[in-house]
Structures are given as C-alpha cells and as structure tokens.
Design a protein around this ligand. Sequence first.
Ligand code: ADP
Length: 308
Amino acid sequence: MLTIRDLVKVYPGPVTALQGINLDVPPGMFGLLGPNGAGKSTLMKILAGLLEATSGQVFLDGEDVLSRPERIRQHLGYLPQEFGFYPHLTGEKMLTYLLKLKGVEAPGGLKKLVAELLLRVNLQDAAKRRVKGYSGGMRQRLGIAQAIAGDPRLIIVDEPTAGLDPEERLRFYRILAELAADRIVLLSTHIVEDVAVLCPRFAVIRKGRLVAQTSPSEACQAIEGKVFEGRLGREERAEIQGRGQVIQSILVEGKNRVRVYLPDGVPLAGFEPVQANLEDAYLLLMQDAAQVPRPQAEAPALAAGGAA
Ligand code: ADP
C-alpha cells in the first residue's frame, strides 16, 4: 500500500502545486487523472524521490519514503513524462546504459537481463536498431523496460500514452496491465480513456487538490439517468441554469449536440437520455458546481504510529 498524507508542495513564486494530498493506493493499477497544471507531475516526482515536498508524509508498505528516498528508490520504477534517450544508441545499448545508471543488480549478467526486459516489453526484434528510428510507443516501452528492472514494488508512469497512436496505446496498455498484476502501478494521465480501460480505482486531481477517489463504474453510476443529449437553444440554456449543468458540446455526424447533466432526471424538451460515461463524470468533477455527487474525496487520517 502506498499512503500519502497531507502532502503539500509550494514552488518558488510562490506556486502551490499540491494543497494537501491524502491518498491510499492499493496494489494493482491506480489512475491519477487531471488536466494539465493540476499537479500530477509534481506528485509523481515527489513520490519518485526527485523533488522535495514542502510538507507531508508518504509511506510505501509502512516505510517512510520522504525521509529515506535512497532506500525506497531500489523498490521503485519511474517513467517520467520526458524521457531522455541517446538517439544514436541501439535499444539494447541504451537499456544497458540506463540499467547501469540505475545500479540495477543482475546476478545472471546484464546482457541476460537486458534481453529479458526487451522481451517483456516486446522490443526483442528491435534490440539492435537505433533508438532514433523507434516510434513514440517503442520509446515508451523502452522506458518501461528500465522502470521494471529490479522488480520494483511501485511503478510510477507519468502521462505515458500522450502522443501514441491507437495501436501503440493498446500495446502499452497491455504491458501496464500485466505489470499491475503483482505490484502498485500509479498512472498519471489527462486522458480519460487511459483510466476507463486500465484502472479499477482512480483519483481526480484539480488545482493541487483531490476532488474524487472512485472507480470508473461508481463514477458513472453516480450520474446515470441524469445525462441527456440534444440541441441547445436559448430557451434550453435558460432552463438549465439552476437545474443542472452543460457537460460539453460535441459534434455528432457533423451536427452540434450538447450533453447536459440534470440531477432531477427530468429531460429538457427535445433532449434524449443517454448512457453516462466516464468523460461526463470527469468533466463534471472539473466544474465548480456543488450539485454533482462526489465519490469519496479524502482518505481517512492516518492512524497514529504508522501507515497501513
Ligand atoms: P501536471 O503534471 O498536472 O500538468 P504540474 O505538476 O506540472 O502539473 O504543475 C502543477 C503546477 O505547478 C502548475 O501550476 C505549474 O505551472 C506549477 N509548476 C510546476 N513546476 C514548477 C516549477 N519548477 N516552478 C514553479 N512552478 C511550477
């Protein structure tokens, strides 16, 4: 279990990037969903021991992460948002270099470990190709190969699917899902689909605060029967004020449609009930409205004396 308590980060400026995060992350895949600037990378970097928190506590299986980052780093895999590669190296050489840098122990030899890791992320056939010829997805998989070296208990991946084409994204999802079978994988993303596909639980972060901790199905259930779609004229717009919220405008077959949330479940004239999806739930959580049912937002205070 990864336990985060009252975590605050103030950058010089001052910019308060994290305003007191409380979160319990169980083994398996866990999503951290939020828009750009919400504080995701800041949180990931603190957890990875690369950035100092202003205050707060983090425990991994009861061990204090912030006061002993060097110990925790051995049990941690991190794939940052911007991963640097030497383009002229082959995948195999690049990975060997990264493993040496990380100080990974390889009882059977580094060569053997590199071959195993490349196989694990499906890059065995590209091992001898230069990284500069790799696609975005292949580079991300090489990044994952270094992150999983040493069999870490916690893997942190920061916005890994941005810029991947659909096929690569799917391949990357499969690798992440496999990794999450026996460890914590914390996935930060602004892409709702990443969470819908991968994460049995997730938290939503906005302006440095967690605004929900829930599962995709719970989040959808909370608004089911209350989402409608139709064309929004001036009259309908006026009616929504005070009754509900516009979720978003969408184009359906080239026509302008609007999805609205009406907590009383009574449709506007000309609007059809539609199945609520995770994007609806997320976009509503991003609004300042008080009417939206919010799944559990804050973790309970840590019991005195340690972490779960
Ligand atoms: P996200 O990863 O969700 O896009 P970040 O953690 O990168 O969000 O940023 C959170 C907030 O902190 C933003 O307002 C950003 O501008 C600010 N920020 C990030 N890094 C720094 C920094 N080094 N100095 C000052 N402000 C920063």
